[in-house]
Write a protein that binds this ligand. Sequence first.
Ligand code: FEH
Ligand code: ZN
Ligand code: ZN
Length: 349
Amino acid sequence: MKAFQFVEFQKPGKLREVPVPEPGPGQVLVKIGGAGACHSDLHILGMEKPAGGIESFKIPFTLGHENAGWVEKLGPGATGFAPGDPVIVYGPWGCGLCMNCRLGMENYCQRPGGPTPGGLGKYDGGMANYLLVPATRFLVPLGTLDPVDAAPLTDAALTSYHAIKRSYHLLGPGSTAVVIGAGGLGQMAIQILRALSASTRIVAVDTAMDKLEIAKRMGADEGLLSGDKAVKRINDMTRGHGAELVLDLVGINPTLQMAVQIARVLGHLTIVGLGGGTLPVNFFSPPHECSVASPFWGSIPELMEVVSLGEAGKIKILVEHFPLERAGEAYHLLHDGKIQGRAVITPNA
Ligand code: FEH
Ligand code: ZN
Ligand code: ZN
């Protein structure tokens, strides 16, 4: 089969011919409908070779940690699914035995090194005709959703959902939530905020007007160009208190500096973006008892909730499809900010 693979640090991925995997005991072979391209892939493709060694990588490996498709073949002893079932694949593959994994939070697996997602270094991902999934517990039925379009639910949507759900108690009548970064993740966050809280005022902040227009179509009450005017507008609309929830989906110094100016006492400042910026913390900043956190992905039960939101039409995904042969082009467009929603590779289209 064909696979788009990470072959070398700081080099573009390559389309290569690899064997179709054979599912072993408890494993499942999934025929890929769609595999999303994520900024984290760009992060890995662009990183320098780790000085401390590359034992956490199996190079080459197939990219794609945001995957959906159809069950193709069950390994010996694998049950609960049948060939042809439409499924979405939970990404952070944990041990299944530690406390967090037993709670469904395999994103916070406690074994040394944590979860080992397919497509992020150790195991092959879904930018190929087939994906080998280690266990059926990582499969969630897609119901009425199409695997060719649904893949972004398992990363972009799940990451946003978990980041928002942990702040749900703050999002009551009269509350304000600010989403910094209105790309694929931001579009999901806006729709999820709207679905979880009808009364929260949602403000999108971005540097691109076209993304702010999409954000407003997705449910944002306001779209503000990033900068001091946005800070003033948000503080004015919140009578100087700031927003209950500030989601920084970019995570660079300018967005973090903006986030801390629009957060509120007892609020949440949640950093999801991998921009590598830093946020100085001392007694005087962020605002008192404003909690700063960097959540990672989400849990298996939360993915089931996200699929339900998708089936209910509460999350609509702006997908741009690319054949496997154009995966490299999709990543270039993503890097240049030219993907308006989420780029999804369709290896079997
Ligand atoms: C992957 C690897 C590291 C950090 C963040 C991510 C996200 O894309 C997973 O949602
Ligand atoms: Zn990702
Ligand atoms: Zn575990």
